[in-house]
Design a protein around this ligand. Structure first.
Ligand code: NAP
Length: 261
């Protein structure tokens, strides 16, 4: 086991039960952190992550909350703090992808996605900020997406809008929290193989998509959750202590952008 960049730190990972969040929770804990693993619905998956972390001799707790709800987020942060101590590291990872074109989108689906992807970041950051300010220390890492840079992927315009909002929240929270010793940065993943991208698609469709995206990537492949977890861990560590308000792209070198501005 790695001895630890995160020894003595407490992390809260929203959407830590699956995909990228799970990889982040496991990596932070491997490197010494105690981790609160948030989930919305899949208690069994969250419990499996917690068990895997405890098997490694680290502390972990599963905390249920819909990040779209401020009261649920407040209760989650309270539960995480009383189990593990005040939060040093917040990873705003929970997110939803609702697809659709301008002419076909479902307003309710868009509003739900906005509440999770944008309000969720706001609620969790506001809930942990007071204790970080008190400690004069904090690391906040937001999961944005290359969608916010203007990828040419059809039917992701509205998702891109939510991630564009995450980018500006990252900058503005960095401005507000910087004087208190808290850094706020974002990671912009490309296509990462998780439930989010495979749900609703056949294996054949996924294979075609993976091949198509790989052809548009300088590294010739799509990503795995671990490719993003290591970048999140860097921004959550003291090694990035002089970086704030920054966006790190991890997409294998995608070339299918709408603009290069
Ligand atoms: P995923 O596999 O679909 O997992 C989503 C996670 O978020 C699950 O743990 C889920 O909990 C949780 N979650 C969903 N809605 C929630 C809510 N309202 N409150 C609390 N938790 C909630 O997603 P992923 O692909 O790992 O994506 C993680 C983040 O990376 C997202 O912000 C996503 O937009 C971003 N991202 C992903 C990709 C990609 O290609 N995968 C690319 C760019 C950016 P349950 O298990 O309880 O449902």
């Amino acid at each position: 086991m790695n001895s630890g960049r995160f020894k003595g730190r407490v992390a809260l990972v929203t959407g830590g039960s699956r995909g990228i969040g799970r990889a982040v929770a496991e990596l932070l804990s491997q490197e010494g952190a105690s981790v609160a693993v948030n989930y919305r619905a899949r208690a069994e998956e969250a419990a499996a992550v917690v068990e895997a972390i405890r098997d490694q001799g680290r502390q972990a707790v599963a905390v249920k909350a819909d990040v779209a709800s401020r009261p649920e987020v407040d209760a989650m942060v309270e539960q995480a703090c009383s189990a593990l101590g005040p939060i040093d590291i917040l990873v705003n990872n929970a997110g939803l992808l609702a697809t659709g074109t301008l002419l076909q989108y479902e307003p309710d689906e868009f509003e739900r996605m906005w509440r999770v992807n944008v309000n969720g970041v706001l609620h969790a950051t506001a809930a942990v900020a007071p204790s970080m300010i008190e400690k004069k220390y904090g690391r906040i890492v937001n999961l944005s997406s290359i969608a916010a840079l203007g990828t040419a992927v059809p039917e992701t315009t509205l998702y891109a809008a939510t991630k564009g909002a995450v980018q500006i929240l990252t900058k503005r929270f960095a401005l507000e929290l910087g004087p208190h010793g808290i850094t706020v940065n974002a990671v912009l993943p490309g296509l990462i193989l998780t439930d989010m991208v495979s749900e609703g698609h056949t294996e054949e469709e996924m294979q075609r998509r993976i091949e198509a995206v790989s052809r548009k990537s300088l590294l010739g492949r799509v990503g795995e959750p671990g490719d993003i977890a290591s970048v999140v861990a860097f921004l959550a560590s003291d090694e990035s202590g002089f970086m704030t308000g920054q966006f790190l792209t991890a997409d294998g070198g995608r070339t299918d952008l709408l603009t290069h501005a």
